[in-house]
Design a binder for this molecule. Structure first.
Ligand SMILES: [Zn+2]
Length: 233
């Protein structure tokens, strides 16, 4: 019996030939790794393809791994994968047993990743939470774990994790140069996730429903906050 690694290497080679149009295949290294959820990565370095696959997929049927190989290689060439591959892969990911595995992996990873307390150097998330909760939610929201991220990410400014019941805000915003209402808006967005849980529509998880977006625009300085956020990223 072939190992998952060698099966995946074969699929990546097949996808590479088809998508790149080349005739020579670079060396391919595949590793199944524990990851937070269904996260995979692929890159070329020193003419070698390195693929990291979430070990949740170790037990996936070969046709799913083949579709994933085509999706990843397309990503390598900045192309959109064929719809059939995307559909087959997504359908698999939304099977209840796979969702549960991914949730458990995310939970385990989340517990390991540390966050800083809500009281930052400039802003106190707990204080902002209470104020926003009163102004926009009639103080109806149950307070989750609040904290600043360890890293100063400018790409991910806020994150809400319903499984861990926590909201993490990027430490890049705990800065005198960032106006308070901008930090508040990022927190407000994450708080809206507490009010509007994600939904599965046509097999895809929708995090920002129409009702969510409507509520988001109720923020007093919505346009202004967005403008400043655009200039940060
Ligand atoms: Zn969001």
């Amino acid at each position: 019996m072939q190992s998952g690694e060698s099966i995946m290497r074969g699929f990546i080679a097949e996808a590479f030939l088809q998508i790149s149009g080349r005739t020579a295949i670079p060396e391919i290294e595949v590793a199944f790794r524990p990851a937070a959820g269904l996260n995979h990565s692929i890159r070329i370095r020193d003419r070698m393809i390195h693929a990291r696959i979430s070990d949740i997929l170790r037990v996936a049927p070969p046709e799913i791994l083949r579709s994933l190989a085509f999706i990843l290689v397309a990503r390598l060439f900045r192309q959109r994968a064929e719809a059939d591959h995307l559909r087959r892969y997504r359908d698999y990911c939304y099977r209840p047993e796979v969702v549960r595995e991914a949730d458990l992996a995310r939970l385990a990873q989340g517990r390991r990743s540390e966050i800083r307390s809500a009281a930052g150097e400039v802003y106190d998330l707990a204080r902002l939470f209470v104020r926003l909760n009163r102004l926009y939610f009639r103080s109806s929201l149950h307070r989750p774990l609040l904290g600043w991220s360890m890293r100063r990410s400018k790409r991910i400014l806020g994150h809400h994790d319903d499984l861990l019941e926590r909201i993490v805000i990027s430490r890049a915003l705990d800065d005198e140069d960032i106006p308070e209402f901008v930090v508040e808006f990022v927190l407000y967005h994450e708080m809206l996730h507490l009010k509007h849980p994600s939904r599965i529509v046509d097999g895809r998880r929708i995090h920002h429903t129409a009702a969510f977006r409507r509520d988001e625009r109720r923020y007093a300085r919505y346009e202004e906050a967005l403008e400043i956020l655009d200039s940060i990223v």
